[in-house]
Design a protein around this ligand. Structure first.
Ligand code: NAD
Length: 477
């Protein structure tokens, strides 16, 4: 498809791409706009602009950068409502979530890193026996940042804010499904007076992503996406000796302890297990239930799924909107068939809701009696599909939670917070919640095992964009 309207942003200017892909409204299947698929030369131009802009931006003071980031935050905040609605149309995220995740969060994060970068030292002096060393933290260089479609503004901000604060320049590549909202960062950059080339925004599919990862002008890759793609990115970066952070998939456990307040737990699982239509990396999608309360929990989780308000994602009452695309809907339905063909018991959902003939909807679905060796318990579905498995002791629950290739998140539910925290400490994961889960901008977020490498958010998220240099000098400091 060729379009005269598909835009990307390079060297401070909006440009028209030669190639484009339609962006489709998830709830209706109707076209929403044209997303740029940048050519090799367009991508080269974006990377070249980032390289040209690097020396001045890297050398600028943290206070100068903070001022521009705060102005970008103002610009994003001014269009937050519009942006959150655009993303909801693109990917089906319920608007009540999108207002925070795509509307408010990016501005908040830009302000957080603007403040932080003015507080952390760039250099420190360490005396040694023969002299002393200046330990210096420098911007790592040009960043190639790749994001998925599920929380496009939030995930982009988790890279843009710390990278620009640290003094890096960057090329941000959005997913084809959410190519339109990514340009809001470019508009905010122009409005804030960000120098041309410091932030460049492109879009396109796997070929564009792969080219960015291996581009000779890129110094560091920051990737969020599936584990399968993450492995390809890691291979390339390994060969090139290129630093990379990888935020990948998950199959996290919700461990319900036998003393849990079931009503409160079910209220919490509404968010922890179903947020964003199940299209969330840190979802507690594997429920582990004590056998002493097993049927009570199965009934309550099934009733929860049946009670979720499914419908138009732009309606503030909606809790479950559509999947992002027909491809994603078919993938989720494929996993539901896997569950139906296993020994598991379908206790809620299991199909496309009859009252949603348009768009890419899937009913909230729950399978009980799922063996932890079943595919449904092991692979990331990325949709509103939960599994329930029984256990006898806290130790067995921990072993089941850890018996997975992933290690991104999880939750523990109990009336005894200390007991739950002991269990949380024993789960091999990057982040975990007690009696709910919420992303904390001040705390590192990321995974272990096949869920990724490195961390975003918090001061650790800034360090991911700074590299260490030691300058040794003779004599006393
Ligand atoms: P995906 O891996 O298919 O795509 C992610 C991004 O990578 C897209 O921009 C895509 O165009 C690009 N891409 C595809 N092939 C590429 C290649 N060979 N080289 C470079 N880039 C390439 O993932 P998706 O389906 O868009 O997103 C869903 C996945 O993202 C889920 O697995 C989810 O768990 C994960 N995710 C992880 C986090 C986290 O913080 N850990 C957050 C959100 C989503």
């Amino acid at each position: 498809m060729t379009s005269s309207t598909a835009q990307f942003f390079a060297d401070g200017q909006f440009r028209t791409a030669d190639d484009a892909e339609p962006v489709v409204e998830a709830a209706t299947g109707e076209p929403l706009g044209a997303g740029a698929v940048v050519s090799e030369s367009d991508l080269d131009a974006a990377v070249a602009a980032a390289r040209r802009a690097l020396p001045d931006w890297r050398a600028s003071s943290p206070e100068h950068r903070a001022g521009i980031l705060n102005a970008m935050a103002d610009a994003l905040k001014a269009r937050a409502r519009e942006t959150s609605e655009l993303v909801t149309r693109e990917n089906g995220m319920p608007i009540r979530l999108s207002r925070g995740a795509n509307g408010a969060f990016p501005a908040l994060l830009l302000r957080y890193y603007a403040q932080l970068v003015t507080e952390v030292p760039i250099e420190e002096i360490r005396p040694s026996v023969t002299g002393h060393t200046i330990v210096r933290r420098e911007a790592v260089g040009v960043v190639g940042a790749i994001v998925p479609w599920n929380y496009p503004q939030a995930l982009a901000a988790m890279k843009v804010a710390p990278a620009l604060a640290a003094g890096c320049t960057m090329v941000l590549k959005a997913s084809p499904e959410t190519a339109l909202d990514a340009l809001v960062f470019a508009e905010a950059a122009v409005e804030a007076g960000l120098p041309p080339g410091v932030l460049n925004v492109v879009s396109g599919g796997p070929a564009v992503g792969a080219r960015l990862v291996s581009h000779p002008g890129v110094d560091k890759v920051a990737f969020t996406g599936s584990t399968a793609t993450g492995r390809l990115v890691a291979e390339t970066c390994g060969r090139l000796m290129r630093p990379v952070t990888l935020e990948l998939g998950g199959k996290s456990a919700a461990i319900i302890l036998d003393d849990a307040d079931l009503d409160a737990t079910i209220r919490g699982l509404r968010n922890a297990s179903f947020v964003n239509n199940g299209q969330t990396c840190h979802l507690s999608s594997r429920i582990l239930a004590p056998k002493s309360r097993y049927e009570e929990i199965v009934d309550a989780v099934a009733a929860l799924a049946d009670s979720m308000a499914v419908g138009d994602p732009l309606d503030p009452g909606t809790e479950i909107g559509p999947m992002v695309s027909s491809r994603q809907r078919d993938r989720v339905l494929g996993y539901i068939d896997v569950g139906k063909n296993s020994g598991a018991r379908l206790v809620a959902g299991g199909s496309v809701p009859e009252d949603q003939p348009r768009g890419w909807f899937v009913a909230p679905t729950v399978f009980a009696d799922v063996d932890n060796t079943d595919r449904l318990a092991r692979e990331e579905v990325f949709g509103p599909v939960l599994t329930i498995s029984g256990y006898d002791s806290d130790d067995e629950a921990i072993a089941l939670a850890n018996d997975t290739e992933f290690g991104l998140a999880g939750t523990v539910w109990s009336t005894d917070v200390d007991r739950a925290t002991t269990v949380a400490r024993a789960v091999h994961t990057g982040t975990i919640g007690v009696n709910d889960y919420a992303l904390d901008v001040r705390a590192p977020f990321g995974g272990v095992k096949a869920s990724g490498m490195g961390r975003e958010l918090g001061p650790e998220g800034l360090e991911a964009y700074r590299t260490l240099k030691s300058i040794y000098r003779t004599g006393p400091a």
